[in-house]
Design a protein around this ligand. Structure first.
Ligand SMILES: Cc1cc2nc3c(=O)[nH]c(=O)nc-3n(C[C@H](O)[C@H](O)[C@H](O)COP(=O)(O)OP(=O)(O)OC[C@H]3O[C@@H](n4cnc5c(N)ncnc54)[C@H](O)[C@@H]3O)c2cc1C
Length: 484
């Protein structure tokens, strides 16, 4: 009988398991695949490794969510800082997103002349720094006490950001910037798209400020692939059962029976690192709960991805991450951007034998990949790959001279097949005015003893969001865990 059974070894499941194990709980972590990390994992195909999705990493400083967890657990992370965090390409021109705010602003001013950027970005930096000052005190969520606690502990930060939760980033940008052209809007909107999964007009200014300043946090390169971070945290968990898919969970008066492909297990409590929509597939009593979530949170993204191993010369000092913005949507995905991440030359896993591992991703609507015959699907996937590779070559011409050793592509169907995500949706629930600050799913479910972690519960996606979500859950259920 375990104290906790954790279903899924994504960021949420691994961090929750590590923290609970640290305070003496008997925990078993089940992961269906042969690697940890899910969307933030690193997979192997024919001797070559690739980051499956997540490639950028922030939040490791001691006052930030992952940093606090790592310090609490005494885990050393295999990371090194990078600057610029990423390079945007707008109208073909590169814009380095430097860490230092003044330097970053100079670059933006040069790229978008004739706009009075100063007061807008000053407000952005102010709001994001206030939001980060308050993050620990804004947990647990949802709770009536939390806003009062935030106010009492950080009155200035609370008051200066409060109304920013109720206005869209686009509205606030217009107030500060006057009218701004479509290129600038595309630039701002893609900061919110990659962090909050929604565009400028839908994201509250408070949340958007965190997205605009993501490059101003310390961004890190993860040596050996994103999966190494998960492995570092998982070392703290005594019972990790890989290649173990939980098929059903039955509620009993004393706890739960988990049926897996490797037999049955018993636990007093269960933490699901599956999406909120999938909880009902595992637990009969959560069927209605998941159905309601499907209706309530239906505007979801998928990803189209390309994974490449290349051999040859990449310019020295070339940045790791590039976000190419396009005037027209990519016909097969509907997205106007491509995110490209390149492994560093010395990486012992991703860049073996003079090769480099490249992960390319772009948002796509799920419907575009549904209801296709096998032939239609294969053809669409091939054409989307060709189209994206053509764009890449245009923007990063040196790629044309590299030998392509392996090229794979993934669609929402691929994510569904491997990570089990509902319809292959990724990136969690967009953080929009409709659901933020009130109405974002909490980690608690209607079944006592069953909880959720991951990017479909507050405060959402990525390393910073999911790790905060784990701390949030544990504030409700295990007060012994004192991360913050
Ligand atoms: C293309 C792409 C790019 C991204 N880029 C970034 C980025 O640069 N930086 C960043 O911070 N974030 C990024 N993200 C977002 C980030 O990867 C996710 O928000 C985060 O990894 C989600 O974590 P999670 O805890 O919800 O778990 P998931 O990633 O959903 O993992 C869940 C795990 O549970 C397992 N599982 C599911 N069902 C079962 C079952 N029944 N039994 C056993 N195991 C099961 C799955 O195999 C999987 O390993 C990106 C995502 C994508 C798709």
């Amino acid at each position: 009988m375990f104290d906790y059974a954790v279903v899924g070894g994504g960021i949420g499941g691994v961090l929750a398991s590590a923290l609970l194990s640290h305070v003496g709980k008997e925990v078993i972590l089940f992961e269906a695949l042969d690697y940890l990390g899910g969307c933030a994992g690193t997979f192997k195909k024919k001797d070559f490794y690739y980051n499956a999705g997540a490639a950028t990493f922030v939040g490791a400083e001691e006052h930030m969510p992952v940093g606090k967890i790592a310090k609490y657990l005494g885990v050393d992370l295999p990371i090194k800082p990078i600057d610029p965090a990423l390079v945007f390409y707008v109208d073909g021109k590169p814009i380095n997103r430097w860490k230092e705010p003044e330097k970053a602003l100079e670059e933006i001013k040069t790229a978008f002349p004739g706009i009075d950027h100063g007061s807008f970005w000053k407000r952005v930096y102010q709001v994001s720094s206030s939001m980060w000052n308050m993050w620990c005190d804004s947990l647990p969520y949802p709770s009536f006490i939390t806003p009062i606690k935030s106010f009492l502990n950080h009155p200035k930060d609370f008051l200066s950001t409060f109304f920013c939760n109720f206005f869209s980033a686009k509205r606030v940008a217009k107030i500060y910037l006057g009218s701004f052209n479509s290129d600038y809007e595309l630039f701002l909107s893609h900061h919110t798209l990659i962090t909050a999964q929604a565009f400028l007009e839908d994201v509250p200014f408070s949340v958007a400020s965190l997205g605009f300043t993501y490059p101003n946090l310390t961004n890190y390169y993860v040596v050996g692939g994103m999966g190494k971070l998960l492995e570092s945290f998982a070392e703290k968990v005594k019972h990790v059962s890989m290649k173990t898919r939980v098929k059903a969970i039955r509620k009993k008066s004393w706890g739960f029976i988990l049926e897996t492909n490797r037999g049955n297990y018993e636990a007093k409590r269960v933490i699901l690192n599956t999406t909120i929509w999938k909880a009902g597939d595992l637990i009969e009593e959560l069927k209605d709960f998941s159905q309601r979530a499907k209706r309530r949170y239906s505007n979801l993204w998928g990803a189209f991805t390309i994974y490449m191993t290349v051999e040859g010369e990449i310019p020295k000092g070339f940045a790791h991450h590039h976000l190419i913005l396009l005037k027209e949507p990519i016909p097969y995905t509907g997205s106007k951007s491509l995110f490209v991440s390149i492994s560093e030359e010395q990486d012992p896993m991703l860049s073996k034998n003079n090769t480099r591992s490249i992960t390319v991703s772009t948002h796509t609507r799920l419907e575009l990949w549904e209801g296709l015959s096998k032939e239609e699907y294969a053809e669409k996937k091939e054409k989307a790959t060709e189209y994206c590779l053509k764009i890449l070559q245009e923007y990063l011409p040196f790629l044309g001279n590299l030998k392509k050793i392996q090229v794979l592509s993934g669609t929402p169907r691929t994510f569904e097949r491997y990570t089990g995500r509902y319809r292959g949706s990724v990136g969690g629930i967009p953080i929009t005015k409709d659901n933020f600050p009130f109405g974002y799913p909490s980690p608690l479910t209607p079944v006592e003893g069953v909880y959720l972690v991951g990017d479909t519960v507050f405060p959402g996606q990525g390393w910073p969001g999911v790790s905060m979500g784990v701390i949030n859950l544990l504030k409700f259920i295990e007060r012994d865990v004192k991360v913050c």
